[in-house]
Design a protein around this ligand. Structure first.
Ligand code: CA2
Length: 148
């Protein structure tokens, strides 16, 4: 069965508890349970993780090779700063869908730059928690036999 890792970066553990005007009231645990329900519905295995530490995210990307078939990555603020995450993605042969809750292109200029985008299969942003399910579908579609 196709296996997907959803990997979340720094501060996303605070979702639903702080800054609801920016990121909404849905917690990361609620997002995980929506993703698990969707994984069951579309017939994929799902691993879901979060770390506040750049090196731990690099390790998780390396370890995904051989365990999972692709990654949905919300790298949080590391999106805009991390050459290490970009190099980690480039160093594994796995498709990555870049995901953001907010529309990073409609926010501050420093959020318009993504180090993930050049090494990602594609980017989904601006759809809130529903973006996670959209990203799962995008990745599952890429991984489906005969996908083009
Ligand atoms: O929109 C997204 O998903 C982001 O990846 C979220 C990051 C931000 O730095 C990116 O530019 C866009 C921030 C995640 C922080 O989440 C918080 C949630 C509640 C309270 C404080 C931070």
């Amino acid at each position: 069965m196709t296996s997907i890792l959803i990997l979340n970066g720094p501060n996303l553990n605070l979702l639903g508890r702080r800054q609801p005007e920016v990121y909404g009231r849905t917690t990361l645990a609620e997002i995980e349970s929506r993703c698990r329900a969707h994984a069951a519905a579309i017939g994929v295995d799902l691993a879901f993780a979060q770390s506040n530490h750049e090196g731990a995210l690099v390790d998780a990307i390396h370890e995904a090779a051989g365990r999972h078939d692709g990654i949905v990555l919300n790298a949080g603020a590391y999106t805009h700063t991390s050459v290490a995450l970009m190099d980690a993605i480039a160093g594994v042969d796995l498709p990555v869908v870049e995901l953001h809750l907010s529309n990073i292109h409609a926010r501050e200029a420093f959020r318009h730059k993504s180090y993930i985008a050049p090494v990602a299969a594609g980017q989904i942003c601006g759809f809130g928690p529903r973006g996670y399910v959209l990203a799962m579908d995008a990745l599952a579609g890429l991984l489906a036999p005969g996908a083009s």
